[in-house]
Design a protein around this ligand. Structure first.
Ligand code: AMP
Length: 561
């Protein structure tokens, strides 16, 4: 198996990026540029203006962030502390996300990145701008606010990015954008990203871009007939809920042999560890591994000693495996073509295959692109419930019992059952034996059931989910009957905290089973959670470095009962 450029992210170096940036993306576990990065980075490095067609999830942030940082860091001494690049984005959430990505890529470069968005205190942002910010990421309204107060100055801007321009127009920012662009020098380089080249996008591009190069991922036309016959399902889940959704899917589907795709080698390693910690037999495969390790993993997977292979696209490329029953996109592929490649690994030679994709609400547009390219439908699924899982496990046990009966060779066990039958009813003996198989086959829950998007909507409509178990009105379950510590967490309804957030954060971060968590009560500005005494210190330590729904938490404790 050959994986060119896998070990050192040289794919990025060959695009012309400076060595520190290549090192930064390699350290993040990126193995190769995504299709939009491969197209856009050379164009932007050449200094041209650019009109890019790319949606969230394609890696478009790095597509503009890396050349932008490359340009600023090549001349790091000029205009130190002044705003040299401005990225306009439609929402506060995206401003934080893009600033965080820029910050990670800019590590070690002396360039400061500051996000400015509405709904956050002005003075904090003003102080950050005063300290010096070469890269400013902001929503149009707040950027204008800073311009009017003269707390931001755009006379030294070298690069301007209009990200998700269609969404900014939808939100009524057209005039704000015009006013902001008017403050920047005409010599700037401008890049505009949108999900369509609709006339209104072309019109704003015509106004603010100079003979832009158009960049879009080449869409390989593919006849629908050539695609494997695969059942395609997507589940819409929030980013923080992907692991628990995956574990439910694995329990329900119990794949004979699955490849789970992640974007980076770091994610591959983390997910493999999590799955193994919960009793799944998973092996990691990525470009950071030496050939010998990779051969060993492939040998385990081919000989069906490992049912799950967690892989990056680069590492899985060129693998020829016949028996894959499930392809699971834990992370969305970076382009529709990559999706087609991934799912082509299942449903081979007339076998039945299943392709499962986890997507966040923001990433749903990607699924529509894929449907358009493949002319096939991707069904939006509902995650299996606890009852579905139980039913599925019983069916599996029934099949296993039938198979064993057909195979025979039960003489010795029959004798054993006969001796028990002198004391007990034969049906009771069978029921007890099945229960034992059953309980033994249950895996430790990775996390509680994640809410899906419809449920989240339902939650808003109803004004909040019922607490999982309230402190007053429900006795704790038997598994949490020992001495308990009551934890007081500094987040509550005001931070839109739901029981599932607390259970997810506690179970996930402290690596304890969700069934060990006792009663939960959410108040306006704090929450109470019961934790078994022996686990309390571990939970408190884990929560110190965790954010729940983006909020830092402080934890106080006292004995509960
Ligand atoms: P974006 O489309 O910019 O929102 O990026 C989506 C996700 O892809 C982010 O989590 C990035 O960290 C990740 N990503 C971007 N470029 C790459 C790459 N070349 N390899 C792996 N992951 C990437």
């Amino acid at each position: 198996m050959k994986t060119p450029s896998a070990g050192d992210a040289t794919g990025f170096a060959s695009l012309g990026l400076a060595a520190p940036l290549v090192a930064a993306v390699a350290a993040l576990g990126y193995e190769e540029p995504t299709p939009i990065q491969r197209e856009a980075i050379p164009v932007l490095l050449s200094g041209s203006d650019m009109l890019g067609l790319a949606a969230t999830g394609t890696g478009k942030t790095a597509a503009f962030a890396l050349p932008l940082l490359d340009r600023l860091s090549r001349d790091a001494r000029s205009n130190r502390g002044k705003a040299r690049a401005l990225v306009l984005v439609p929402t506060r959430e995206l401003a934080m996300q893009v600033a965080e990505a820029l910050h990670k890529y800019a590590k070690g470069s002396n360039l400061n990145v500051v996000p400015v968005y509405g709904g956050a205190p002005m003075d904090h942002q003003i102080r950050a701008l005063r300290r010096g910010a070469e890269v400013v990421v902001g929503t149009p309204g707040r950027v204008l606010d800073h311009l009017r107060r003269r707390t931001l100055e755009l006379g030294a801007i070298e690069v301007l990015v209009l990200d998700e321009a269609d969404e900014m127009l939808d939100m009524g920012f057209a005039e704000d954008i015009d006013a902001i662009v008017a403050e920047t020098p005409a010599t700037r380089q401008t890049a505009l990203f949108a999900a369509t080249f609709a006339p209104r996008i072309l019109s704003i591009a015509g106004k603010h871009l100079k003979t832009p190069k158009r960049v879009q991922i080449a869409q390989e036309k593919r006849a629908a007939g050539k695609l494997p016959q695969v059942r395609q399902v997507a589940f819409i889940v929030g980013k923080g809920q992907k692991v628990s959704a995956l574990s439910r899917i694995l329990d329900f589907e119990s794949p004979k042999s699955a490849i789970i795709f992640c974007r980076t080698r770091i994610e591959v390693d983390e997910l493999t560890d999590t799955l193994n910690a919960h009793g799944y037999g998973a092996q990691a495969l990525h470009g950071g591994m030496v050939q010998k390790q990779r051969d060993r993993v492939m040998q385990l997977f081919r000989s069906e000693q490992a049912d799950i292979l967690v892989a990056t696209d680069v590492a899985a490329r060129g693998l020829d495996i016949e028996h894959v029953s499930h392809v699971i996109n834990f992370d969305l592929p970076t382009a529709p073509e990559v999706y087609v490649h991934r799912i082509g690994r299942t449903g081979r030679i007339g076998r039945e295959g299943v392709a499962i994709t986890l997507a966040s609400p923001r990433e749903q547009r990607f699924l529509q692109y894929v449907e358009r390219l493949t002319k096939q439908k991707i069904e939006i699924g509902k995650l299996p419930s606890e009852a579905d899982l139980r039913k599925r496990r019983l069916e599996a046990t029934k099949d296993a019992v039938k198979k064993q009966l057909a195979e025979g060779g039960l003489d010795e066990t029959r004798e054993f059952v006969e001796s028990l039958a002198q004391e007990f009813d034969i049906l009771d003996i069978a029921a007890a034996a099945i229960k034992m198989i059953h309980d033994g086959s249950e895996k430790a829950p990775v996390a509680p059931a994640p809410p899906q998007v419809e449920e989240v909507r339902g939650y808003e409509a109803k004004g909040g989910f019922e607490p999982r178990r309230s402190l007053e009105d429900r006795a704790p379950r038997s598994r949490v009957s020992g001495p308990m510590t009551l934890l007081r967490l500094s987040v509550g309804k005001e931070e839109s905290i739901r029981p599932a957030d607390l259970v997810g954060a506690i179970a996930g971060e402290a690596k304890i089973s969700s069934s060990a968590i006792g009663a939960i009560k959410i108040h306006d500005d704090y929450s109470l959670v019961e934790i078994p005494d022996e686990l309390a210190a571990r939970v408190i330590a884990a929560l110190k470095s965790t954010k729940i729904r983006g909020n830092k938490v402080t934890v106080q404790s006292k004995p509960a009962r």
